[in-house]
Design a protein around this ligand. Structure first.
Ligand code: AP5
Ligand code: MG
Ligand code: ZN
Length: 214
């Protein structure tokens, strides 16, 4: 299965990706996660991406597209993939389509998760991540067993730098202007699956898997 997770910041893309990739045995490719890894490692790509991410702006298209193309050529993508947070502009969507055509592939589904703005801010601001393994939690909706400590590995839980109220609001505006048009773009192609992301995490997972199995 070749699919995309589309949705505003805090909609639950990363959370749902965990379940979907297990169910379909495909790799989870999050451009945000790849950028954050590069920032942590201090690579030239990370240095560039950080200038944009810290302000809640999009990293330039050419950088992002090249990164994804390289990733999709890896062996583990032969039987499918789940893209999370890519494409985010019409330019990226066109580039992805051209690239997949070149390698004889096409998309099966675009999973569009919607959530109201007030809830998005609450979710992003309350999110905590494990410094070690990246596992995501939420201070009210998805608590770790012990406050500040990762259930999986015991690592310290930290907040993402771009999860302040102000930056989340910027990210939501950027989403509205540059990413939301993709809903129409993929609806016209007939591959969109619309999901209500306001339900509890497990219910959203069930809805997505049922829609993809149809
Ligand atoms: P990215 O990392 O992709 O961030 P995002 O799109 O802003 O989305 P988030 O990761 O914040 O939210 P999510 O939908 O994954 O929610 P999550 O599951 O964690 O991008 C970051 C930056 O990188 C961008 O701003 C940009 O600068 C750059 N970038 C990335 N891709 C790019 C691209 N293609 N082009 C250019 N630039 C790019 O959930 C959020 C919280 O809510 C968690 O705490 C979770 O536990 C909780 N939660 C989840 N679901 C539920 C639920 N159903 N009920 C209650 N709580 C829930
Ligand atoms: Mg995410
Ligand atoms: Zn951990």
């Amino acid at each position: 299965m070749r699919a995309i997770l589309l949705g505003p910041p805090g909609a639950g893309k990363g959370t749902q990706a965990e379940t979907i990739v297990k169910e379909f045995s495909i790799p989870h490719i999050s451009t945000g996660d790849i950028f954050r890894k590069n920032i942590k490692e201090g690579t030239p790509l990370g240095k560039k991406a950080m200038e944009y991410m810290d302000q809640g702006k999009l990293v330039p298209d050419d950088l992002t597209v090249e990164l994804v193309k390289d990733r999709l050529l890896k062996d583990d993508c032969k039987n499918g993939f789940l893209l999370d947070g890519f494409p985010r502009t019409i330019y990226q969507a066109d580039a992805l389509e051209d690239f997949l055509k070149e390698i004889g592939q096409s998309l099966d589904y675009v999973i569009n998760i919607s959530v109201r703005k007030e809830l998005l801010i609450e979710r992003a601001v309350g999110r905590r991540l494990c410094k070690n393994c990246g596992q995501a939690y939420h201070m009210s909706f998805n608590k770790p067993l012990k406050e500040g400590v990762c259930d999986k590995c015991g690592g310290e839980l930290i907040q993402r730098k771009d999860d302040t109220k102000e930056t989340v609001e910027n990210r939501i505006n950027v989403y509205r202007e540059q990413t939301e048009p993709l809903i129409d773009y993929y609806t016209k192609k007939g591959i969109i699956v619309n999901i209500d992301g306001e339900k509890p995490i497990a219910q959203v997972s069930q809805d997505i898997i049922a829609a993809l199995r149809k």
